[in-house]
Design a protein around this ligand. Structure first.
Ligand SMILES: Cc1cc2nc3c(=O)[nH]c(=O)nc-3n(C[C@H](O)[C@H](O)[C@H](O)COP(=O)(O)O)c2cc1C
Length: 102
């Protein structure tokens, strides 16, 4: 389980961002994995931009993990999730993903 301050959620819509502290996207030495879901490309563009600023960062598609069972083992110091807001909440594929055990 990740400490809460090592998890962030970002969405292109400003209503849905958590865990982002001032300067938290500046380049750092810790490894980050960003799990992303995108419908039309905005979230992917945001995730790529965040990754570039973070430095040691890997992008993983949530859609590519759909249907897989078992624990998610990120192998990183920090985990981010980037996705669009759908109907004032998470897209269902992301809601299911975040229920998986870490
Ligand atoms: C089915 C659907 C529901 C949406 N619901 C919301 C919403 O409740 N609030 C909001 O701000 N944007 C909403 N949007 C807009 C998307 O969050 C926005 O277009 C986002 O940038 C899309 O990201 P993507 O290009 O990564 O798919 C919705 C879009 C779709 C397709």
């Amino acid at each position: 389980m990740f400490p809460a301050n090592n998890v962030f959620l970002y969405s292109p819509a400003p209503t849905f961002r958590t865990g982002i502290k001032k300067n938290s996207f500046e380049e750092s030495t810790i490894k980050t994995i960003i799990y992303y879901f995108t419908g039309t490309g905005n979230s992917l563009a945001a995730a790529k931009s965040i990754c570039t600023h973070l430095g040691d960062c890997e992008l993983v598609s949530i859609a590519s993990l759909a249907g897989t069972s078992g624990e998610i083992q990120p192998g990183a110091d920090r985990v981010g999730i980037v996705c669009p807001v759908y109907d004032f909440g998470l897209p269902s594929i992301v809601a299911e993903f975040v229920q998986k055990p870490l």
